[in-house]
Structure formats: C-alpha cells, structure tokens
Design a protein around this ligand. Sequence first.
Ligand code: NAP
Length: 492
Amino acid sequence: MKAGCRLPAKRFHKHIWPVQPKPLYLNGEFIAADKTLSVRNPATGETIAQMSTCGRDHVAQALADAHAAFQSWRNVVGRTRGDFLLKIAVEVERRKDEFARTITLENGKPLAQSAGEVAMTIDHLRWFAEEARRGYGRVIPPQVEGKRHLVIKSPIGVVAAISPWNFPLVLAVRKVAAALAAGCTVVLKPASATPLCAVLFAECVHAANLPKGAFQLVAGSAAEIAAEFLENPLCRKITFTGSTEVGKKLIAGAAAQVKPLSLELGGHSPVLVFDDADLAKAVEGTMIAKYRNTGQSCIAANRIYVQRGLAEKFIAAFVERVKALKVGSGLEPGVDIGPLINPAAVDLAMKHIVDAQAKGAQLLCGGQRWGEAGSAFLQPTVLTGVPGASLGMCDETFAPVAYVNVFDTEAEAIARANDTTYGLAAYVFTHDLNRAFRLMESLEAGMIGINDGVPTTSNAPFGGVKQSGWGRELGSDGLDAFLDTKHVSLAL
Ligand code: NAP
C-alpha cells in the first residue's frame, strides 16, 4: 500500500461511490486516496463521484516507476507495443456505452457526441497501434569517402500528459497512445472536472495487461502536479492540451531544465464563406464547426465572415438552424446543446454577449441563460455586426455563441481571419479551386477545412501556429513528437 493511500491495490469492476472514491492508477495498481475532489454533473450540478487525488510525493514516485518501466518498454518491439494498444482499443470498444455515458455525465455533452468521441478514441488507438511499427530513421548518403550517416529514432523517455475537460477521453488518449507507441512511458493528469473516463481508460489498460508503470493516472492540484513534472529530471517531456494561459506558464516553468513541450492551446478559428460557396454545405459545415460540443471545442468557429453577396441568405438559413437546436441534458434523446462545463462558463459567455451588444452588435437569436437561474445552460446564440474590439472577437468564447460578420473582398477576409494571436484552425467555404489554394497558403492556422467543418482525423497532424501551440498530435507527426532524433556518423 502506498503512503497516504488507504486501499489495497485491486481492480474496480463496479461504480461503488459514495462508498469508495474513484482510484488513481499507480504502477499497475488501483489506489484510492483519503483526499478527494468532487466530480459534478454539469447538467444538474449534482456531485456524481469523488476522485482520489495525490500530492507531489506520489507524482514523484509515479515518475520513478515510469522511469523503471521505460527501461524495458523502450525495448519492446514496435509490433508488440502496437498489439498492446490494439488490446486496449478492443477493451474500450467493449465498454463503449459506459464510456459514452460517463463522458456525458461528467462533461455534459449530448450522448451521441460522447459516442462519437469514444469512436474517435478507438480509432486513435488503432492508428497508433499501427504507427508503433514505424519509428523510422533514415540513411544519408556520405559527403566524403569512408563515412556513413544514419539517423535513428529513440523514445524520448518518461512523458507527462496533461489533458482538458472538453474532450476528456479522446484528448488524453491521443497523447497516451502516441507516447506508448513510440516506446515512452506516460503519467496522465486529466482535468479535475472530468477524471472519470480516465479511470475507465486505466481499467482498459489494466485489462490489456500493459506492463506496470508504462501508463499511470494521477489527479489533484494541477499546479502541484505540474511543478513535479517540470522540476523532476526523470520527466523528459510534457505534452499539454488546454488554455494558452496555462501553456505560457508551462513554457516559463520548462525553461530551467529546457524540458521539451508539446502544446495544444486555445483557438479563435475563423470561417470564411464566399459568394460562390454551396449555401447548404456552408451552413451545415459552420453549424458543426460552431455548435459541436456545445461550442466548447478548441477548433470551434469563433468568427464567421460571409461575403456580402451570400450574407443575407446564409444568415437567414444559419439562424433558422440555430433556433431549431434542442437544448437540455445530454442524456435526453435528440438534444443538440448540453450544459457548459459549469455556471461560471455561462457567466463568461454572457459577459461576451452583453459586451458585443453594448458595442453595437445585433442579437439574432438566443442571448440568455437557459433553464433555471444559476444553471450551466446557455441558449444557442447568434450575433451579427460584431465590432472587432468586442471581447468575443478578440478572445475565445468557449460557448454556443456565433459572431457573423460581412466582408467584401478576399484580401479583406484573409486580413480579418489572420488578425488574431491564435492560429489553430480555419474554415473556408468556396467552389473556386484557385481561391482555395490561395487561402490554404495565406491563412495562419495549423488546420484548414475547405468545405469541411470537421477537419480532425487520426491520420493527419493536429495542432496550431502562433499562440495556439507548439508541435503536432496525430498522423505520423504524432509519433515523432515522442521520438528523439540521433545522427550516427560511422567512419569505415
Ligand atoms: P486549462 O484551464 O488550461 O486546463 C487544462 C489542463 O491543465 C487541466 O488538466 C488543468 O487541471 C491543467 N492546469 C490548470 N492549471 C495548470 C497549471 N498551472 N499548470 C499545469 N496544468 C494546469 O484549460 P481548460 O479550461 O481545461 O480547457 C479549455 C482550453 O483548452 C481552451 O482554451 C481550449 O481552446 C483549449 N483546448 C485546446 C485544444 C487543442 O488541441 N489545441 C484542445 C482542447 C482544448 P485542472 O483541471 O486540475 O485545473
């Protein structure tokens, strides 16, 4: 039994809270701790579970155990590492309904979207199961006689992963699967609002018999845990998804050890709809880009610009679709818009809505809280004529709030799209191939959807430019993020 923890290590087969808190997963053992945090259902505000937490000493132990596990995991051949990931994928698939329900309970999103998140998680696991075989190096032709040059790839070592609450399963597994595939061991700290699906995932890892210490789950004070990740030299890399504000703190903290970071940070994605676009496709794509996950997506459409010739028709069709969205608990059938993560998130969104109106924007629908006073629900909202200086045009509105503005020329659209410190995703709706090429080259974003409101896929790089982050996840880049490159010069 670990110091400070009171339960012996055993697998948990049932949800037994309130009798037992949900456990951490440390060095192959499920351990419930005395200190816990409350997990709430954002739709009702009720506490649904207690999650065990740990302090720095346990995190230090987890890193030491991960370091010990790394010595053998790094030498497991890629194909076998992939087989472990496949076993985890099979286990997640077997429990997919339980995962989806858990995501909806702790995060609030509609059940069908939770099921979509689970499906994407399984696909990521399968993708990295295959990628595990492909940590390719290369041979470079010599420049002088008698030399040979090899480039080889080695797993970077122990990885710390910090994940957010908005896609609590898929964004954590995206990191864990890639790190394990590369031959690294990994310690995961999920968001405090949504740790429950990470516990389920740990159960799947355990069921797949992954070697102990290769994957571990910690929870608790983010600042304390991150301090150990940053200061402990056994932790060789931190991979983080979350806000730009916290990303900047990690950059500062990583300086002392020049610790490598992968950062998936905030976004402020523009949508550009041109006169030549297919109206139905543009409306549909913008709806998904804006309202998926109740507007709480890093790649959500935050600023929608429509060319003048199509603006009236687009706005009418878009507002009609938004008015038809069903708001309610994510567990209710047919719901499109669930609660935000907590009532404070609604307060912040309301501040952006009120500010936009005060600065001259016109409200086309929504604009109010939904349900009981103090709840976490917000009506899906559309505003138009939103001045550039308003809060929501300068920073993410992490909520189902759309700002639709009109533009005249392509040059103006590009300038307005790029007029932000962020650069995560951008969306373009046009049928002009030449324009599509001009835009994909000039838009400052890591991901560009052309006539596509959902550009994320396991087999292509995901990440941002500017203050939206460093590095890429998914695709072959996702594996490379956890590999060191070594040049070997051989004199014959
Ligand atoms: P957040 O507040 O930055 O939290 C993200 C994670 O960081 C959580 O696990 C959190 O732990 C932890 N954290 C908080 N303070 C920390 C600190 N001082 N040091 C280290 N870790 C710390 O972000 P969020 O509110 O959960 O997520 C929303 C943001 O994430 C938005 O800006 C969104 O755009 C961005 N995001 C980006 C991507 C992407 O791929 N680029 C994807 C999804 C979301 P606690 O929960 O315990 O506080």
